[in-house]
Every structure is written in C-alpha cells, then in structure tokens.
Design a protein around this ligand. Structure first.
Ligand code: 0O2
Length: 221
C-alpha cells in the first residue's frame, strides 16, 4: 500500500477534529472501502449459507447478522493503545477488527456448523480462531471469534482483506450487550466487584439456558 500519506495522517490526527480530518484522507477512505467490500463479501456468503440451510433443513441457522466498520476514532485509540504510529500500513498490518460481522444464532450447535461451512470455502483463509464458547473469558463472555481473509476483486487487482466474524447465540449476545453497556459506565459504578460477580452469575445462567434450549431442539428433531 502507498505510504506517502504517513506524515499527513499523523498531522491530521493531531488536529482539532481528527475524525473529520482523517475522513478526508484519501488513502484512508480507500482502505475503509476495501474493508467495507470484504465485510459485504462475508455477509453475502453467510446469507447464502442461511438460505441453502433453510431450504434443506427448514430452519435458519442464524437469526440476524450485523456489520460494522470501526470508526476512525476507535482505530486511532486502538493504535495508540498498541503504541503504534498511525499509518495506513500499520493500521492494515496490526488491526484485525476494522471490518466486523456479528452473526446471531439460535443454538450453540449452529454456530459451529455455520463457522465450519464458512471456513471451508476455498477462497477463505482462516487467520485466527478464538473460541470463547468452549473457553469463556473469566468474566463470563462467550462468543466464537474468527479472523478470516477474503478476496475482494477490484477493477485492476485482487486484494485479501481481514474481517472479524463473531458468532453468538441470542443469549450470548444479550449478555454481551448488557455487559458492554455496564462497562461503558464503569467509572460510575459503586461496587465493581459485586457487579462483576453478578454479571458472571448471569453469564452462567445464560449458558445453562443455551444448552437447555439446544437439548429441547434435539429432542424435537
Ligand atoms: P467493539 O466496539 O465491539 O469492536 P484485539 O481486538 O485482538 O486487539 P482482543 O481483546 O484480543 O483484542 O480481542 P478479542 O478478545 O477477540 O475481543 C474483541 C471483541 O470481542 C471486542 O471488541 C468485543 O466486541 C468483544 N469482547 C471481548 N471481550 C468482551 C467482553 O468481556 N464483553 C463484551 N461485551 N464484549 C467483549 P472491542 O474492540 O472491544 O469493541
């Protein structure tokens, strides 16, 4: 990637309105466009799998799908946290979650069926798998995270772009959304340890519910 804009990027990020300034930098916009295209590719692949699955098995493996591009401010903050200079090259080499796709499934088993079907596609490279379902985070967070590389076909080149795909059940997503909200207001919390313990209890309850629902579905089938 052309790095001729490195200096101006840094200068713009130190300006009074970095978000606005960064949006005006052409190479950054181009990179974001690449990520958006990659995100669309993954979304389409998953939607195709959902359609085929619905026809074959008369049910949808996922309930909904959400796509998001990381904001320039979040990108800048993450790069700072990593102690890296804010350049186009560094962004592309070091951030794996600029393009994010979140897939909300009904049952835990569907997560593995769907993620395997996606991973097996011959134009997909799986860069990394973090299975927080089989190995939940100590706070109770559960999700299956895949970093995949997918090709995007432009007018005169083919580029491999990274996309973070998060697979969750409705219960996992419910917990993670509330956890995120509470974390956002962390500074105002009076008893963070108790809150963490209570949240962990909720995570355990949601896990039990997921597997009970899975059991019921398996009985019905
Ligand atoms: P956002 O706004 O959701 O994107 P890395 O991204 O690799 O540098 P890390 O922590 O190794 O950092 O990545 P990991 O563990 O795969 O988690 C990345 C994303 O998972 C987070 O993105 C969240 O979306 C989600 N996540 C991870 N842990 C938790 C948690 O404890 N609670 C909740 N609610 N979500 C979690 P971002 O960048 O934090 O935010």
């Amino acid at each position: 990637m052309n790095t001729g804009t490195d200096i101006s990027l840094d200068m713009l990020m130190n300006s009074e309105n970095p978000e606005k300034a960064l949006k005006n930098v052409q190479p950054f916009m181009v990179l974001m466009m690449y990520y958006e295209c990659a995100m669309m590719e993954i979304e389409t692949k998953l939607k195709i799998l959902n359609k085929e699955f619905a026809l074959k098995h008369r049910r949808n493996p996922f309930e909904s799908i959400k796509c998001r591009l990381k904001s320039p401010v979040s990108i800048s903050e993450k790069m700072k946290k990593k102690g890296l200079e804010l350049t186009i090259e560094n962004i592309e080499d070091n951030l794996t979650d600029i393009a994010g796709v979140r897939v909300i499934c009904s049952f835990p088993e569907d997560i593995y069926v769907l993620s395997e079907l996606l991973s097996e596609q011959d134009d997909i490279d799986v860069v990394c798998v973090k299975d927080y379902i089989r190995n939940p985070k100590p706070n109770g967070y559960r999700s299956l995270h895949l970093i995949v590389e997918v090709p995007i076909f432009l007018s005169n080149e083919k580029r491999m772009m990274k996309v973070e795909v998060q697979f969750r059940t409705i219960a996992m997503d419910f917990w993670a959304s509330l956890d995120h909200k509470l974390k956002y207001k962390k500074d105002n919390l009076k008893h963070p340890e108790i809150i963490a313990q209570e949240l962990k209890k909720c995570a355990d309850m949601s896990t039990a519910m997921d597997y009970k629902m899975q059991e019921i579905r398996n009985m019905l089938e």
